[in-house]
Structure formats: structure tokens, C-alpha cells
Design a binder for this molecule. Structure first.
Ligand code: SAH
Length: 397
């Protein structure tokens, strides 16, 4: 696949500045959509060129997506094969092995790891892969070959069920591409055991992004009564119990998630400390509030309330409401953790909702920590807005 064989995608006059400055994307309105460009099969590899013809890099091209080109290599002559993918996998793996120490982590976090549109979560010798761009979808066989060469995993699940695939004209499907999946997979995090359902669970089956926040909160939870709302499989609550919390209540509306949390509690010998409640979170919070319950530590890690720009106002208010209902449950001097994984809610907007929610609840306190996703979720320097996870830990008076 040498340069000369690749089709050219030309930027319009004056539209090359951002790409030249290191941004990995060109948007569809920046591309010269002449007949030749329109004839390029969507998802093809292409050479991205400045208006004057200078090659700027090797990209995947999808004229039907708002993000029309995604940079694979700034070397327009690069050969995109299993070795190319393998080099990026090896580099990403070396970083994670250094950062995390156990083979349970996000191995590939898209652009930041040089593989735009690709997520790979590693669970020992099982991998959950999400491919979210048409160009990478077409390259899946090459990616699989590279994963085989670098890791020879026992199991690979293509968890291609993200709604964002629709933006690329892709269908949603879950396929076991290698090996067999006979049930949830065990994983180790912060010294505790959990399980993840790689094919039926939410996202890739586990949210590694909260690893460091879970450890931090567990550290605050020694001897504490803990409420873990939106608990999923117990990442916060079970770790807190294992590290010495007095009692933990996990609330989630998903029965399979709570089953996994129960299993995690048993795996860590804390089944007597952790209890589980299947409820709608806002209703459960209201009930606990009405009953005057107090907890030393309250953790709220909800799903994204804002999924598109048109939901921004209403969705952002969801965080305010969450804080208004959860803050009254925090004992005086206790700790409150609240997170948002809505990438459209930027840190100032999130902070504003937290401030207003506290005000609504007539609670004061102090922010101890504003944090984000764990280190195995790096961010491309030109895409700071993809740092989607925001979390705030407060002590409340
Ligand atoms: N805190 C978890 C991740 C939470 S993901 C961890 O550390 O891994 C969000 C969770 O919220 C999911 O488990 C989902 O089932 C649950 N959820 C979504 N909407 C809910 C609602 N309205 N009430 C209760 N749980 C909800």
C-alpha cells in the first residue's frame, strides 16, 4: 500500500491550518468533495493533501461522517499492515505494563494511542475490542492479526455495539472473533477481584477509567458507612468494603450488574459487609433522604446524562439534581464523590452543577480532588475535549 496507490483527499483552500498544527481529524466541510473524491469508497485509506497538493499524512476517509478523515500516520508513505498496528500495540502495552502492573487495563484508547476509532480493553488473556469508525472497521482483520501477533489472546470479543457506530454508517453487533466466552471473566483491580461480562455487559464489560478514583475513595472509606449509587459491578463499593468500610450499599437498576457486584463481594470475602438494592437511583436517593439516612461516604457515578448537544441543558441539570438529592445523605464531615462521563459537559459546567446542587441542598464543604480518567486513558494533545471523565470529591460540613 504505497503512497502512490492511495487515493487523494484534498483539503479546501485555507482549511489545512488545523491539520498542520497537529489535529488528527479533518471535518467533511473542510474536504474538497469533487467527483473524484466522492468516488473513493467510504472507509478507504487515503493520502490527505493540503490545497497545494502537499501530502500531510495517511488517513482513513469516510465522506459520510462529520469526521471525514482520521490520521493514521503523519508519514504519507506508511504501510498500514499488521506490523504497523503491532508497533502501536506494543508501545501502548509497554506503557500500561509500566503504569498498571497487572494485565487488566485499557490497552488502546483511540487517537491517543495512534489507533483512531479503536478501543481495546484487556482482561488478562481476553480482549474486548470496540471499533467505532468505518475506516478501522474495514481494517479489523489487520488489527486482529496484530493483536494475535503481540498478545496471542485466548479470547477476543468485538463489542461493536456503541451507538456512535451509526454516525459512521456502521451496524451494531457483538461477535466473539477468537476463542469462546463461557461467562464473565475475572479481573484484578486495586488488589481486589471483580468480574466482567465482555459480551453482555455495559460498554466493554468494565469501566477501567475509574480505577484510580476507586482507590482514592476506598482510602477515605475505612470504618465508614458507604453508599455506592450507580454501582454497576461494585468497582467502588466492593473495593471500599475490602479496604475496611464498615458497611456498603450498592444501588443500580441493572440486575446483571448487581449480580456481578454480588459475585465480586463474595470473591473478596466481603459479602457480609456489602448489600445490594435494585432501584432507580433518583427514587432511591429520595427515599433514603426522606428516611433521614446518613452515610460517611456517598459515591455517585452515573451514566452519561448528556449524549448529544441538544440534551446539554437538560442533561447537565441532571448532575445538579443528583447532587441535590445525594448531598443530604452525606454525614457532617463525610465525603461525597460525584462523576460525569458526558464528554459534552466540560469541567467548568460540571463544577457549576455541583455547586448549584450543593446550594439547593443547603450544604457547604470543600473540593478535595478534581480528577479524571485513569492513566490508561490518555488524551491526544489536540483533542482535550475527549477527556470525557470528570470527577469531584468533596468533604461536606
Ligand atoms: N460506578 C460504576 C460504573 C457506573 S456505570 C463502576 O465503578 O464501575 C452506570 C451504571 O448506572 C450502570 O450500571 C447502569 O446500570 C446504572 N444506571 C443507569 N441509569 C440508572 C438509574 N436511573 N438508576 C439506577 N442505576 C442506573
Amino acid at each position: 500500500m504505497a503512497d502512490k496507490k492511495l487515493p487523494t483527499v484534498l483539503l479546501r483552500a485555507g482549511e489545512d491550518r488545523r491539520v498542520r498544527s497537529g489535529h488528527p481529524w479533518a471535518f467533511s466541510n473542510e474536504i474538497l468533495m469533487d467527483a473524484e473524491t466522492k468516488a473513493i469508497p467510504p472507509g478507504s485509506l487515503a493520502t490527505l493533501r493540503a490545497p497545494g497538493g502537499e501530502a500531510l499524512g495517511l488517513v482513513t476517509f469516510n465522506p459520510h461522517s462529520l469526521i471525514a478523515t482520521r490520521l493514521l500516520s503523519s508519514n504519507p508513505e506508511a504501510v498500514v499492515d499488521a506490523l504497523f498496528f503491532g508497533r502501536r500495540l506494543a508501545q501502548a502495552m509497554a506503557l500500561r505494563d509500566r503504569l498498571i502492573g497487572v494485565p487488566f487495563y485499557r490497552l488502546i484508547h483511540a487517537e491517543a494511542d495512534g489507533l483512531p476509532g479503536v478501543i481495546v480493553d484487556r482482561f488478562g488473556d481476553a480482549l474486548a475490542v470496540q471499533v467505532n469508525s468505518l475506516g478501522m472497521d474495514k481494517l479489523t482483520p489487520v488489527l486482529l492479526e496484530a493483536l494475535e501477533a503481540e498478545l496471542s489472546p485466548k479470547t477476543i470479543v468485538l463489542k461493536n455495539d456503541s451507538p456512535v457506530r451509526a454516525l459512521e454508517g456502521l451496524t451494531r453487533e457483538v461477535v466473539v472473533a477468537k476463542g469462546e466466552l463461557s461467562g464473565p471473566i475475572e479481573l484484578l483491580e486495586n488488589g481486589a477481584k471483580f468480574t466482567a461480562d465482555l459480551s453482555g455487559g455495559q460498554k466493554t464489560g468494565w469501566f477501567y477509567d475509574q480505577r484510580d478514583n476507586r482507590r482514592f475513595m476506598a482510602g477515605l472509606a475505612k470504618g465508614a458507612g458507604v453508599l455506592d449509587v450507580f454501582s454497576y459491578s461494585g468497582g467502588f463499593g466492593v473495593l471500599a468494603a475490602k479496604q475496611g468500610a464498615k458497611s456498603v450499599i450498592c444501588i443500580d437498576r441493572s440486575q446483571p450488574a448487581l449480580e456481578a457486584a454480588k459475585q465480586a463481594a463474595a470473591l473478596n470475602g466481603v459479602e457480609k459487609i456489602v448489600s445490594f438494592e435494585k432501584s432507580e437511583a433518583f427514587e432511591a436517593l429520595e427515599k433514603l433522604g426522606a428516611a433521614g439516612k446518613k452515610f460517611d461516604v456517598v459515591i455517585c457515578d452515573p451514566p452519561a446524562f448528556v449524549k448529544s448537544r441538544k440534551d446539554l441543558k437538560i442533561g447537565a441539570q441532571g448532575y445538579r439534581k443528583l447532587v441535590r438529592l445525594a448531598a443530604p445523605l452525606v454525614a457532617r464531615g463525610g465525603f461525597f464523590f460525584v462523576a460525569s462521563c458526558s464528554h459534552l459537559v466540560d469541567p467548568p459546567l460540571f463544577a457549576e452543577q455541583v455547586r448549584r446542587g450543593l446550594r439547593d441542598a443547603s450544604r457547604n464543604g470543600r473540593i478535595l480532588l478534581s480528577s479524571g480518567a485513569a492513566l490508561d486513558h490518555p488524551v491526544h494533545p489536540a483533542l482535550p475535549e475527549t477527556a470525557y471523565l470528570k470527577a469531584m470529591t468533596l468533604q461536606l460540613d
